[in-house]
Design a protein around this ligand. Structure first.
Ligand code: COI
Length: 354
């Protein structure tokens, strides 16, 4: 039972809903009419508001801008065939959000604020949930420090906001991925397992280099040997090798524990695949490709859902795939989409009713 949430609601006088072309929704481009906003100060979360989306006013000495105490999540809301709204696995993102908060020395968010606040906001904005298959309402909870000081220390004040954005698929076609063996994303003891903004800022350079070579994203390798696969820029990674599905294990603390990753593992196992979480050496991937055993490579993520990789480049070696012949990735994608859009029974209790 979630504790009561004291929420003030101020509605907009002018909705932007009719200005949006729901057939053309690039990821993250449009925001709905309202957001949830709440401040933390004096050791407690203050009054929460749902209010029209507006710009923020912050000090130029804002500590999040200077020192990076800033974390976020990505969650999606869908409608079933009867038009009833649901949120996919919000409790898993809630747990990860507070894990990120702890690692970044930020205050924990109470469950009622994260879950009930999100539910009330999505309920208010349910007309913004696209009904088109593979489209959804992307939910972006985030928190950043709001102290105004140039001193380096964990801040005393924070802001938590939830934004909503109607969105289409992040990648509309299978992607090309470059195996990054110079720059690194995360090392043991670092922050690779949490969703802090800096992880993404630090990835821009490698992504830019990959893009110059015609690749969409990079596959990060471990920080020591540059040999073990970690994750792809916006998603976890899976390899179908022979009759096994292999994905990097989470032991090293350098990989984000993806909610879609976990869902994909469960669905694959139910479909009869053997799924193994283990260190994945890039030489084994190349050897499997050369032996004709590397059948599929795909990414999983909230924004990216299930994204097929049509090309993987490691040093000078290019691995190309005919994604039309694949079985595992399309099956996971179909099953997860059917659960989310209410065409398949939700036997896992993943769909949270708004
Ligand atoms: C997500 O999948 O929600 C992400 O956070 C990845 C990216 C859009 C930052």
């Amino acid at each position: 039972m979630i504790a009561e949430l004291d929420l003030q609601v101020t509605k907009t006088g002018k909705s932007k809903l009719n200005e949006i072309d729901f057939n053309n929704l690039p990821f993250g481009k449009f925001l709905t009419d309202h957001m949830l906003e709440v401040d933390y100060a004096d050791g407690e979360w203050k009054q929460a508001h749902i209010k029209p989306v507006e710009n923020l006013s912050i000090s130029p000495a804002n500590s999040a801008i200077h020192y990076g105490q800033s974390i976020f999540e990505g969650i999606k809301a869908y409608k079933d065939a009867d038009g009833k709204p649901f949120i996919f696995r919000p409790y898993d993102n809630f747990r990860r959000f507070n894990l990120s908060a702890e690692r970044m020395q930020m205050p924990a968010i109470p469950e009622e604020l994260f879950i009930e606040g999100m539910r009330r906001l999505v309920d208010l904005e349910k007309d913004w949930i696209p009904m088109k298959s593979d489209y959804s309402l992307y939910i972006r909870p985030f928190m950043f420090s709001t102290d105004s000081t140039l001193g380096v220390k964990a801040a005393e004040t924070y802001k938590f906001i939830i934004l909503l954005s109607p969105t289409g698929p992040y990648y509309s076609v299978p992607v090309k991925v470059y195996v990054e063996d110079t720059y690194t994303r995360a090392a043991r003891g670092g922050v690779g397992f949490v969703k802090n903004a800096g992880n993404y800022g630090a990835s821009m350079m490698a992504t830019a280099v990959a893009k110059k070579q015609g690749y969409d994203q990079v596959l990060w390798m471990d920080a020591y040997e540059h040999k073990y696969a970690q994750e792809i820029g916006t998603m976890n990674v899976f390899f179908v090798i022979g009759n096994k599905v292999v994905t990097p294990d989470l032991q090293s603390g350098t990989i984000l524990e993806g909610v879609t990753r976990d869902s994909a593992i469960e669905v694959l196992r139910e479909e009869g695949y053997e799924v193994v979480e283990q260190p994945v050496h890039i030489d084994d991937v190349v050897r499997a490709y050369e032996a004709g055993e590397l059948k599929e490579v795909f990414g999983t993520g909230t924004a990216a859902t299930i994204s097929m990789i049509r090309e993987l480049k490691y040093e000078d070696f290019v691995m190309k795939f005919d994604t039309d012949t694949w079985k595992a990735a399309p099956a996971v994608k179909r099953i997860l989409t059917d659960i989310r859009e209410g065409r398949r029974e939700d036997t896992h209790g993943w769909m949270f009713k708004v």
